[in-house]
Design a protein around this ligand. Structure first.
Ligand code: NAD
Length: 684
């Protein structure tokens, strides 16, 4: 049972174990806020978590030693409990810069606890470590290691963990009925999320066996070093208790639930080992990873490392009995998931050719400008507001009109430049339709129609993500998610916008996918509203652009500008050169593609070519959609630019389809159905 409100502050949530725990928290109905100073992680993990969980995750780049910064988080969110991962964790480094470790880990925790006290937050789960036990083989009867094993850390890192455990014990003792502390002593976390989207991304040379082997496998490092094969074990190498990071993350949910169910004015401060209870040698893990990646990795046995001990295996019985938690995955599972993560992300969250900057204000990670293909001759830039295409640069020439920052995109005078149009693109006449017997009335933003959804349209909303993936040396995808609920439209939906960038073929693909998540059937019609100008490099109008529209039908329009439902010949509108005297269009051309709710099963067809003699650039637009609106008129429609500065081609469903029997099914989205469509912009 979740307590209400169920907000959990995850400190260090951008890091390895924290990010995996955020997924489990969200899956278990908790709401997460993450604080991290990103000293050993990157915001990319949070952007990916948002796409993976389809959930907004408020993020604060704050150092835990910053009292004011931490207080602001508690002021903004009703934090019910804290999972405290934030800390420096490299054993070797802690021996050379101990003061930094003591300051960061201990002062950070003191500030956190003081803030919790101030705001009345009483529950905390703390990331401790098996390191607090030191060398348990100093006792004859302490392997596997129980929680009762006397502590004796042998390095500054382990000492900071023990010091924090003691601080928690003392604080609990001062008000035993108030504080609820779960101290989790982890053994060796390994692996990655099975989705392959998040994993361990160590900065510098990895300290741990598995990340090191993964880097050898992708040839970032030459070979593995095995530190000593003369231990008293099965094969002479040391024994450790490896635990899949997802199992470990679930241990946090189990302990949070345990704390939640302690009632009646009682507190607790108790330690639990999180381990599998099974020890594996270095050679055994090496073999398991070689099997998972199908490569016989080169290795060299070198001398023992100072501080290493023979055996660190957990006795996890207390967690099994009290938290009802035990590991479910084995070393082989972790190796498989680690290899999946490594092959998809050989340089972790860093991707060659991808750069990002803040698009709103520095530090606001909800709005970034992501550029893909940097230095390749085909660069595309996107931002979260409207999942907008801000710039497309072909051979050094910008070919779409973009704005400088988020505020300009939110300005009422922005004519949807480059943005995603939804939930319903183009016009719904009288702004009304009937669905499942219920009449829906939308706000009108034209005399007799709702255009591009009027209020709450997608172009003003911040999308989640993006998830940027480098598929191979020429291809990237940039995926945004929007959770659209509680609007003037019936039903809640989740929409993804995935841009595909092929720097070799010089193509930009846009793929839309929509699902109804809650409520009755709804309507959907999505498109991109980029204004192209193949002559923009001269800061000039697009006059002179030579068009070939590959369609022999347009939608007939009546005297009120409303489609009659009939298709008619475009006359001489198929081939033309734009000039100040025309032609001017706001016309719906018909492709011969089938109008269904998911048009991605249709072939991609070229529907328009445009070429400008001065730039020499040629654009071909392909789509799976049954129609496209071609638009190039309207005085002053682009702020700061003249009316002849761009043209728009919006592949989509037929205008007003929801009110026309033959087309209705292509825009009505029901439970269990998937909305889909695809557009390609190809340059030569
Ligand atoms: P990680 O470095 O990936 O994550 C820790 C996160 O905390 C990082 O994102 C870092 O940027 C952040 N951080 C550090 N100091 C901070 C500060 N002062 N303010 C705000 N953010 C700060 O490490 P991880 O492997 O995910 O480990 C998480 C926790 O678990 C750590 O406390 C670690 O000591 C503990 N632990 C880890 C292991 C392991 O093998 N990974 C084993 C036992 C215990």
């Amino acid at each position: 049972m979740l307590s209400k409100p169920n907000w959990v502050l995850v400190t260090g949530g951008a890091g390895y174990i924290g990010s995996h725990t955020v997924v489990e928290l969200i899956e278990n109905g908790y709401k997460c806020v993450v604080v991290d100073n990103l000293c050993n992680s990157s915001y990319e993990s949070i952007a990916r978590l948002q796409v993976l969980t389809k959930t907004e995750i408020p993020f604060f780049q704050v150092d835990l030693t910053d009292e004011e910064g931490v207080s602001k988080i508690f002021q903004q969110y009703p934090i019910d409990s804290v999972i405290h991962f934030a800390g420096l964790k490299a054993v070797g480094e802690s021996t050379s810069i101990p003061l930094k470790y003591y300051h960061n880990n201990i002062v950070g925790t003191l500030v956190l606890l003081e803030t919790m006290r101030k705001f009345g937050t009483k529950k905390l789960v703390f990331s401790s470590s098996a390191t607090v036990y030191g060398d348990a083989t100093r006792f004859s009867d302490m392997i596997p290691i129980p929680e009762e094993c006397p502590t004796q850390p042998t390095n500054p890192y382990g000492k900071t963990k023990l010091a924090i455990e003691e601080i928690l014990t003392d604080l609990h003792a001062s008000e035993p009925e108030k504080w609820k502390f779960a101290v989790l002593r982890y053994f060796n976390p390994i692996g990655a999320h099975p989705s392959g989207l998040i994993g361990e991304d160590p900065l510098g040379i990895p300290n741990n066996l598995l990340p090191y082997m993964a880097q050898v496998a992708v040839k970032r490092r030459e070979k593995l070093f095995i530190f000593g094969n003369d231990y008293d074990s099965r094969d002479g190498t040391p024994i450790r208790d490896y635990i899949h990071v997802v199992d470990l993350a679930r241990g946090h949910i189990a302990s949070l639930k345990y704390l939640d169910q302690i009632g009646g004015g009682q507190g607790i401060c108790r330690a639990w080992n999180l381990g599998s209870g099974t020890g594996s040698t270095v050679i055994e893990v090496y073999k398991a990873f070689c099997l998972a990646c199908g490569i016989e990795l080169p290795f060299e046995v070198v001398g023992r490392r100072t501080g290493d001990v023979l055996n660190l295996t957990a006795k996890p019985d207390r967690a099994t009995k009290e938290l009802q938690w035990k590991t479910e995955m084995c070393v082989a599972d972790a190796c498989k998931d680690l290899w999946n993560w490594t092959t998809g992300n050989p340089f972790g969250y860093q991707i060659m050719g991808v750069v990002d900057t803040f698009f709103n204000v520095p530090g606001d990670y909800g709005s970034r400008l992501i550029t893909v293909g940097r230095g390749s001759g085909f660069e595309a830039s996107f931002t979260n507001v409207g999942a907008t295409l801000v710039d497309l640069n072909v051979n050094g020439k910008s070919v779409v009109i973009g704005l400088a920052n988020e505020a300009e995109y939110l300005d009422e005078s922005n004519p949807y430049l480059g943005t995603t149009i939804g939930r319903y693109a183009n016009r719904i006449y009288d702004g009304s339709f009937t669905l499942e017997g219920t009449k829906v009335q939308l706000a009108l933003n034209e005399k007799n129609a709702t255009l591009h959804s009027s209020l709450q349209s997608f172009h003003k909303q911040r999308f989640l993500g993006p998830l940027v993936v480098n598929l191979n040396k020429n291809e990237y995808t940039v995926k945004y998610i929007l959770v659209d609920k509680g609007t003037q439209f019936p039903g809640d939906v989740v929409v993804s916008v995935t841009y595909g960038i092929n720097i070799k073929l010089q193509t930009l693909t846009v793929e839309y996918e929509g699902h109804l998540t809650k409520g009755p059937a709804t309507v959907m019609n999505l498109t991109n509203h980029s204004y192209f100008n193949l002559n923009m490099f001269q800061n000039s109008s697009c006059d002179g652009t030579k068009f070939n529209i590959l369609s022999d039908k347009v939608l007939e329009i009546d005297l009120n500008g409303k489609p009659t439902g009939k298709f008619v010949s475009p006359g001489n509108a198929s081939k033309f050169i734009l000039s100040p005297s025309g032609p001017h269009f706001d016309t719906c051309f018909v492709t011969d593609a089938e109008a269904t709710i998911d048009t991605r099963t249709n072939d991609l067809k070229p529907v328009l070519t445009a070429q400008h003699p001065l730039s020499g650039l040629k654009l071909t637009i392909l789509t799976t959609e049954p129609s496209f609106q071609f638009y190039n008129k309207g005085p002053g429609y682009i702020k700061h630019h003249g009316e002849r500065f761009g043209f728009c081609c919006e592949p989509e469903r037929f205008i007003n389809a929801v009110n026309v029997n033959e087309w209705r099914d292509s825009v009505i989205l029901k439970q269990g159905e998937v909305y889909g469509s695809r557009i390609v912009y190809k340059f030569e």
